[in-house]
Design a protein around this ligand. Structure first.
Ligand code: FAD
Length: 387
């Protein structure tokens, strides 16, 4: 039976909404999460599990990612689940002089924020990753980067949230939100209405739709990314790899992409615990289309084989695509929407939502339960797009 009155309703059962539910329930807040499909049926179920600090730029995103990583350190124990967290380091590899300059300058800026990024010589690169092609000129290495199983995180948070008293309703769609005198008053679902004064909008790429229900304009749009999955093989790399080209496309193109629809992106690779390799990824704006394409898969495959020639002999077993919730500045949107009291954003994490889920859950829960408004929320609120 769906609850009829509750302190907080969370819209969206992806990793972000579920993390918020857990941290709220843990503080004794009466919370209902409403998801129109299954848990993690959106982007959180069609992604990779990188918990890499090096890919978080050199500003506020890196600062919050470091806090999130700290939470991940003890999350297995806290949730009582094996989340397959491995802190096995990551490298950003460069093939051109421009890319070498880019990774050197990024590493320097990241060190100023407290992230220990090493620069490897060509000899050290070969020693660490003998399978890498000679076209790799330079690389960084960050030993505290790691990977996790994103589905295990979502389901681990959900199980723990339920234990703490949260109600999670799947296959329940939010169809409207009532506002009374500038304050949220109820959520209308296809299984009845729920009275509440606080709604968390964690609807991933669908947050603009949910924002429209209260008259708020939220600048998030889907950015497709494809991933290739190989057969399970014995280890050929240590830790995970990303190309500088991928990061440059992530941070240099803003929200428009090159021409908007053109495929960009680059190489990223990690091994899952069972030996399957996950290889990514492309970046493109094609609306809500989450199909894979021959063009996208070929783009990723070509990058991968050029950088790791041994992959020529490894079979793909599946490909899939997910839609990243992309904001104009690549940063999440967190906190209350100014015109609508009680309407709180927890969305727009682009390609970083797995890494940022624990800190997002904690920040939003502390805002709601204790009224805490730290610097992070001040920098990541919706108002930054309203000037
Ligand atoms: C190819 C790819 C690779 C990635 N790799 C990484 C990585 O390595 N590391 C990392 O940190 N991040 C990665 N990401 C990003 C990460 O997956 C996302 O940032 C994250 O999953 C977003 O989670 P979310 O909860 O905001 O959205 P979602 O998981 O999409 O959840 C939103 C939910 O809201 C529900 N919903 C929407 N509207 C309604 C409604 N009206 N009523 C009820 N429910 C509704 C949807 O059904 C959906 O389940 C990757 C993404 C992609 C596409």
């Amino acid at each position: 039976m769906i609850r009829r009155s509750v302190q907080v309703v969370i819209v969206g059962g992806g990793i972000i909404g579920i993390a918020v539910a857990y941290y709220l329930a843990k503080q004794g807040v009466d919370v209902v999460l409403v998801e129109r499909g299954d848990l993690s049926s959106g982007t959180s179920g069609a992604c990779n599990g990188g918990i890499a600090m090096q890919t978080k730029g050199s500003g506020i995103k890196l600062k919050v990612a470091l806090k999130s990583r700290e939470i991940y350190q003890n999350l297995n124990e806290e949730l009582g689940e094996d989340l397959e967290y491995e802190m096995d380091g990551s490298m950003i590899i460069a093939e051109t002089e421009e890319e070498v300059d880019y990774i050197h300058s990024l590493a320097e800026r990241q060190r100023k924020i407290g992230l220990n990024v090493e620069l490897l010589s060509r000899k050290e690169i070969r020693e660490r990753q003998p399978a890498l092609s000679d076209c790799v000129l330079a690389s960084t290495f960050c030993s505290i980067d790691g990977t996790i199983n994103p589905l295990k995180v979502s389901f681990g948070f959900a199980k723990a949230a339920r234990k703490e008293g949260a109600n999670i309703h799947t296959y329940t769609e939010v169809q409207g939100i009532q506002v009374h005198r500038g304050r949220v008053s109820a959520v209308i679902t296809d299984r009845g209405n729920i009275r509440t004064e606080t709604v968390v909008n964690a609807g991933g790429i669908w947050v603009p739709e949910i924002g429209n229900m209260v008259g708020a304009e939220i600048p998030i749009r889907p950015r497709r990314g494809m991933l290739l999955v190989t057969e399970s093989i014995p280890p050929i790399i240590r830790g995970s790899l990303n190309s500088a080209k991928y990061l440059m496309s992530k941070y240099s193109e803003g929200t428009s992409g090159k021409t908007g629809k053109e495929i960009s992106g680059g190489f990223g690779l990690r091994a899952a615990k069972n030996g399957n390799l996950l290889i990514g990824s492309s970046r493109e704006f094609v609306g809500y289309d989450n199909n894979t394409t021959f063009e996208g898969i070929s783009f990723i495959g070509r990058e991968a084989v050029r950088l790791l020639p041994i992959l020529r002999h490894v079979s793909l077993i599946r490909t899939f695509a997910g839609l990243r919730p992309s904001t104009p500045d690549g940063l999440p949107i967190l906190g209350e929407v100014p015109e609508v009291k009680g309407f709180i954003m927890a969305a727009g994490h682009e390609g970083d939502g797995i890494a940022l889920a624990p800190i997002t859950g904690r920040l939003i829960a502390d805002l709601i339960a204790k009224g805490e408004y730290p610097e992070e929320l001040a920098q990541l609120n919706l108002q930054r797009f309203m000037q």
